[in-house]
Design a protein around this ligand. Structure first.
Ligand SMILES: N[C@@H](CCC(=O)N[C@@H](CS)C(=O)NCC(=O)O)C(=O)O
Length: 207
């Protein structure tokens, strides 16, 4: 059985949500960041940087959230992904766009407005927020336009692009990012966050 190591973070949520959509049977191990469980020698053997998520399967350890989601899809008959190289590349391209661009900048808002305050009692750095806003103003119109043309991020069926993207958008419920200019993103988000698999994933981790 797959063992998923996580914490209450959007990167770990991607993996739990994907596992739930795939109806995979797995064990979830929650690591406590406050007590430093993610930096213990046991966890450093699973993830060289002492981060979450990581998984253990058949005696092998793997890390990097998007790679983990892809692996889970591949061991579950490819629901959410595809055996067709072109279709798989289209899904990969959207996953990379989310992780390296849109999600990266949404992550800056979450770090600056939530993490810095909660864990370091620090105020957000205006320069970092302005940089993230600049990139999101360029990139979110593309995501909105994509969602005008299709129900999900990569066509009319849910794929890894959606399960990987949703946690970044969900994290913005506690930031100042405003999606009012993007009605199709709002439509997609409202539908996605009600999925039973997402609710089951969130219920697994203390918020
Ligand atoms: N690119 C990695 C990022 C992993 C990551 O940065 N995880 C954060 C939580 S979202 C973490 O474990 N931070 C704790 C630390 O770095 O000490 C992935 O997608 O898995």
């Amino acid at each position: 059985m797959v063992k998923i190591y996580g914490g209450s973070t959007y990167n770990a949520t991607k993996v739990l949500f994907t596992a739930e959509e795939l109806e995979l049977s797995y064990e979830y191990v929650h690591l406590n960041f406050v007590t430093g469980e993610h930096k213990s020698p046991e966890h450093l053997a699973r993830h060289p940087l002492g981060k979450v998520p990581a998984i253990e399967h058949n005696g092998h350890f793997l890390f990097e959230s998007a790679s983990l989601c892809r692996y889970l899809a591949n061991i579950s008959n490819k629901k959410l992904y595809s055996a067709d190289p072109l279709r798989a590349a289209e899904i990969d391209q959207m996953v990379d766009m989310i992780c390296h661009h849109v999600g990266r900048w949404l992550g800056v808002y979450f770090y600056q407005e939530v993490v810095l305050k909660k864990y370091y009692n620090k105020s957000p750095e205006e320069k970092a927020i302005a940089e993230a806003k600049g990139f999101l103003d360029q990139q979110l119109p593309f995501i909105d336009k994509t969602l005008v043309a299709s129900r999900f991020l990569c066509g009319d069926e849910i794929t890894l692009a959606d399960t990987i993207a949703l946690p970044y958008f969900h994290a913005q419920e506690v930031t100042s990012v405003n999606f009012d200019a993007y009605p199709s993103i709002k439509r997609w988000y409202a539908e996605m966050k009600e999925r039973p698999a997402f609710k089951r994933a969130l219920a697994k981790m203390p918020q």
